[in-house]
Design a protein around this ligand. Structure first.
Ligand SMILES: [Fe+2]
Length: 164
């Protein structure tokens, strides 16, 4: 069973919650791969791909709200990841060993790369939160005690996205 390693937890609650769900979906792929059931692997992988696409849309919206400077590169990596999964689905192998290798690739290479990128977001947010109170404290003293970087600009974040 795959699990979300502590080192890949961003600390951004809404994002981490969805990452846990994505890992759970990859475990369904893995169970099917271990059984050597190619049709089940396809269905599970398509489901994972759908949820991952939805997650990317949500995440890119969040990154634009917080004005993440690397948004374009981040979104490009999202698109490349989805294309990679599409190619895997289009050419699924038939043997159990190959399906298992594909499952491992999805978790250890594809998802790992996606989650690593999100750690950069978390790091940037922490830095922004440290800088923001000095930059904006005169105009908006209330922002001083708010840890979220976007608070300095009075950006409104949907309640489910604001948790950090
Ligand atoms: Fe993510």
């Amino acid at each position: 069973m795959y699990a979300l390693n502590e080192s890949l937890v961003t600390g951004i609650e809404s994002i981490d919650g969805e990452h846990h769900d994505l890992v759970a979906l990859l475990n369904i792929v893995d169970v099917a791969a271990n059984r050597g059931e190619v049709d089940e692997v396809r269905a599970a992988l398509e489901n994972f791909r759908r949820q991952l696409g939805d997650h990317f849309v949500e995440e890119e919206l969040y990154l634009s709200i917080i004005r993440y400077p690397q948004l374009d590169a981040h979104a490009e990596q999202h698109a490349e990841t989805l294309s990679s999964i599409d190619r895997l689905i289009a050419a699924l192998p038939s043997s159990r060993a190959e399906l298992q290798a594909l499952s491992r690739h999805c978790f250890h290479v594809l998802l790992h790369a996606v989650l690593s990128m999100d750690l950069h977001v978390a790091e940037w947010q922490r830095k922004a939160a440290r800088i923001a109170p000095q930059d904006h404290g005169i105009q908006n003293p209330d922002a001083r005690d708010q840890p979220h970087s976007a608070a300095a600009d009075n950006i409104s974040i949907p309640a489910d996205k604001a948790a950090e």
